[in-house]
Design a protein around this ligand. Structure first.
Ligand code: HEC
Ligand code: HEC
Length: 370
């Protein structure tokens, strides 16, 4: 059967059966009766029967009919405006209901696809457990090829503070759809356009879920402030710019940063610890160094405003612009101008010689440590 049984359909079928059977009985009885009373319809015809006289018709009876008419009119006159008054709320309620259902579907999907295993059950960046990922030979030379490694994933409750920062409704979300469709760095593509398993509707549901879970700008800023203060207290030797860079930028701009510290599992059976490459020498995002930054943004103010807004699709930036990328998030909602200036100054102070050395010598095996 094509149609599944529902309560409505069962009720409708019962009603249909009752009506058809009732009609059949009525027709049957009528035919029998008319047979037994041949000619009776001439006497019983309605227009030949006796009607009330004019007094009765134009008195009480007429008034009752008129009062009934007025009552019906009143009901319509009252009900229509009331219906109209509720119409706006009904429509926005339907929209809200729709996005609530989409978010709930997205949440179920996120559990199924284990987004939270990598991104943390509370979606916050601070409390996630690093996950074991197969990210190929990013770390070592052939001798100590690392098959699997632990890798920290970014917070998901603040993605809307970094991407699609001017989106006011779900319809205006582009960058996050792009990320989910095509994947990002070591995260695989989820959407069909990028070769992933999810339909556009499923990707939309995930977006509705992320939208529902998003922190307000104030909360995101507060989180960033707490992270900065605790790092600054723990590392008084570092400048504010360096600390902010490590919290917000290094995961994309410094080699191996998301794998730092944790024990890794190379396929030769030993144990190694990953040490990140030179700060800002490039990973998912390009290498940042004095020479290229001063060429790209001769005026530091332009660099600051670029970091505040991020890269938009097919919008050029800097003197030697890159095009067609959604990669770089905007930080203007989370960081203050002064904080972004501190980062920009730190970036411009990075040693250009170091930025060009991509090396594997920082990989310490347990053998080295003996
Ligand atoms: C196997 C671990 C893993 C799984 C599962 C995973 N992600 Fe990711 N995701 C990552 C990593 C790691 C990054 C950052 C990319 C990098 O470091 O190269 C990322 C990046 C993202 C970003 C971009 C955020 C940013 O600030 O850069 C979004 C959005 C995202 N993931 C959403 C999801 C959603 C939704 C799901 C579930 C469908 C999901 N992820 C499942 C590991 C994962
Ligand atoms: C999610 C990964 C990611 C994070 C986090 C990130 N960036 Fe980027 N960044 C990129 C990508 C990708 C580009 C290249 C953008 C493009 O080509 O459109 C880029 C470009 C840049 C550029 C321009 C350099 C160039 O050669 O194009 C600067 C400057 C920069 N990022 C600074 C920062 C700062 C400062 C932070 C932290 C506050 C940061 N980035 C955080 C991914 C990231």
């Amino acid at each position: 059967m094509i149609y599944a049984a529902t309560t409505e359909r069962s009720i409708a079928i019962v009603l249909l059966v009752v009506v058809v059977v009732g009609w059949a009985i009525y027709v049957f009885v009528n035919i029998r009766r008319s047979k037994s009373e041949v000619g009776s319809e001439i006497e019983l015809a309605a227009n030949r029967g006796s009607l009330p006289d004019d007094d009765a018709l134009e008195g009480n009876r007429l008034e009752r009919v008129q009062a009934f008419g007025v009552l019906m009119l009143l009901i319509i006159a009252l009900a229509l405006p009331v219906y109209w008054l509720r119409e706006g709320g009904r429509r926005s309620g339907a929209e809200r209901g729709f996005s609530e259902r989409a978010a709930a579907a997205g949440e179920r999907l996120a559990e199924e696809l284990e987004c939270v295993v990598c991104h943390g059950a509370d979606l916050g960046g601070a409390n996630y457990a690093p996950v074991v990922l197969d990210i190929g030979n990013q770390f070592s030379d052939q001798d100590t090829y690392i098959v699997k490694t632990t890798w920290r994933a970014p917070a998901l409750d603040t993605v809307f503070a970094r991407f699609d920062t001017d989106a006011e409704t779900l319809d205006e979300v582009n960058e996050i759809r792009q990320i989910l469709n095509y994947g990002r760095g070591v995260m695989p593509a989820w959407g069909l356009p990028g070769g992933g398993p999810l339909t556009p509707q499923q990707v939309d549901n995930l977006i509705a879920w992320l939208w529902r879970e998003r922190l307000s700008d104030e909360e995101a800023r507060e989180d960033a402030l707490v992270a900065k203060q605790s790092e600054m207290a723990a590392h008084p030797e570092k400048t504010e710019g360096q600390i902010l860079f490590e919290i917000h930028c290094a995961r994309c701009h410094t080699p191996r940063w998301p794998a730092r510290g944790a024990a890794q599992l190379p396929n030769n059976g030993g144990e190694v610890q990953i040490v990140p490459g030179p700060a800002g020498s490039g990973r998912y995002g390009p290498a940042l160094n004095t020479v290229s930054l001063e060429r790209l943004f001769p005026d530091i103010e332009d660099q600051i405003s670029f970091v505040a807004t991020g890269a938009a699709d097919n919008v050029a930036y800097g003197e030697f612009a890159r095009l067609g990328n959604y990669g770089m998030p905007g930080f203007g909602r989370v960081l203050s101008d002064d904080e972004i200036r501190a980062i920009a100054e730190y970036e411009r102070s990075l040693d250009p010689a170091e930025q060009t050395t991509v090396q594997f010598t920082e990989l310490h095996t347990t053998e080295d440590n003996k």
